[in-house]
Design a protein around this ligand. Structure first.
Ligand code: SF4
Ligand code: SF4
Ligand code: SF4
Length: 272
C-alpha cells in the first residue's frame, strides 16, 4: 500500500479543499467539482503506478475536457487568465479565482506544475502532436510569456476602464476566442520548434504564476546519487528539458517540471 501513498494523499488534499469550499461558500457544486478533479488526478497517478501506459493522458482528458467543455463552454465560466483578472477586479472569490488559487498559485507549493501535466486543456491537445520530445534544445524566448501576461491584464483592465457593457457575455467570447488562439499558436509553435510543449515554454502567461511558486514545491523529482550510473536516459526522456539528476532547486529548467514521470519510467536503476 505504501506505493499508493501519493494518489491517496492528493485525493485527501482535494477532498479537504472540496469540503472547505463547500462549507465556506455554501455551494455544493464546489464539493462535486473538486472531488471530481481530485478523483481524476489521483486515478491517473494510480494507473501510472500500475504501469498503465496512458495513465497521465487519462487524467489530462478527464480534467481538461471537464474544464473546457463543461465549465467553459456549457457553464460560461472563463477559466483562462482573463477570467482570473475579471473575477479579481470584480472582487468575487469564485470560479477562475478559486481555480487559480488552488491549481496555479498556492497549489504549486505542494504539487508544483502538476496542473500542466494532468489537467491543462491546452496541453491536453498539444500532447497529441508528434513532437513528444523536443528535437532541438530550447530557445531563450521565455520572456515572451511576460508579454502575453501583460496583454491579458491590459485587455481586461481596458474592458473595465472603458465601461464595456454585458461583461459576462464578453468574457464568454473571450474564453472561446482565447482558447482558439492558444490552440492555433500552440500547434504552430510545436511544428516550428518541433516541440509539443513549445507554447508552455515560451508563450503561456500562466507560467508567470506557476514557475516561481513551483520553485518551492514539496513534491519534486529527486535523484538517488547512490543508485545513479549517469547514463543520461532520464534527461533524454524529459519533454521539458529538466536536469533532474541535479537535486538542487536551481537545476537547469527546475521550474519547468510538469511531473509527467517520464524520467522515472526511463531510469534503469530506479534512481528517481
Ligand atoms: S504551461 Fe500553460 S499551456 Fe502549458 S500546460 Fe501549463 S498552463 Fe497549460
Ligand atoms: S520527465 Fe521528469 S523532470 Fe521532466 S518534466 Fe517529466 S517528471 Fe519532470
Ligand atoms: S536514468 Fe537513472 S541511472 Fe541514468 S542518469 Fe538518470 S537517474 Fe541516473
Amino acid at each position: 500500500m505504501k506505493k499508493y501513498f501519493l494518489p491517496f494523499m492528493l485525493l485527501a488534499v482535494f477532498e479537504a479543499v472540496a469540503v472547505a469550499l463547500w462549507l465556506i461558500e455554501g455551494k455544493f457544486f464546489y464539493f462535486l467539482n473538486f472531488s471530481y478533479i481530485g478523483i481524476s488526478v489521483s486515478l491517473g497517478i494510480f494507473l501510472f503506478i500500475r504501469k498503465y501506459r496512458y495513465a497521465r493522458r487519462v487524467a489530462q482528458l478527464l480534467v481538461g475536457l471537464y474544464m473546457l467543455v463543461y465549465l467553459g463552454f456549457l457553464s460560461g465560466e472563463n477559466m483562462q487568465i482573463e477570467g482570473f483578472w475579471y473575477y479579481l477586479f470584480t472582487g468575487v472569490f469564485e470560479a477562475a479565482t478559486i481555480h487559480y488559487a488552488v491549481a496555479k498559485i498556492f497549489g504549486p507549493l505542494l504539487f508544483g506544475r502538476g496542473f500542466c501535466g494532468y489537467a491543462c486543456w491546452t496541453a491536453m491537445v498539444l500532447d497529441f502532436l508528434p513532437y513528444k520530445l523536443p528535437k532541438k534544445p530550447g530557445k531563450k524566448l521565455g520572456w515572451l510569456r511576460y508579454v502575453t501576461f501583460a496583454l491579458s491584464f491590459f485587455f481586461v483592465s481596458f474592458l473595465f476602464l472603458a465601461h464595456v457593457g454585458n461583461l459576462e457575455r464578453v468574457m464568454f467570447w473571450a474564453f472561446v476566442i482565447g482558447n482558439l488562439l492558444y490552440y492555433a499558436l500552440g500547434i504552430l509553435l510545436a511544428f516550428v520548434f518541433q516541440d509539443n510543449r513549445a507554447f508552455c515554454k515560451y508563450l503561456c502567461p500562466v507560467t508567470v504564476f506557476l514557475k516561481p511558486m513551483s520553485y518551492f514545491s514539496l513534491l519534486r523529482i529527486t535523484c538517488n546519487k547512490d543508485r545513479c550510473i549517469s547514463c543520461g536516459k532520464c534527461i533524454k526522456s524529459c519533454p521539458m528539458e529538466v536536469d533532474m539528476t541535479d537535486n538542487s532547486r536551481n537545476r537547469k529548467n527546475a521550474t519547468e517540471c510538469i511531473l509527467c514521470f517520464e524520467c522515472v519510467k526511463s531510469c534503469p536503476k530506479d534512481a528517481l
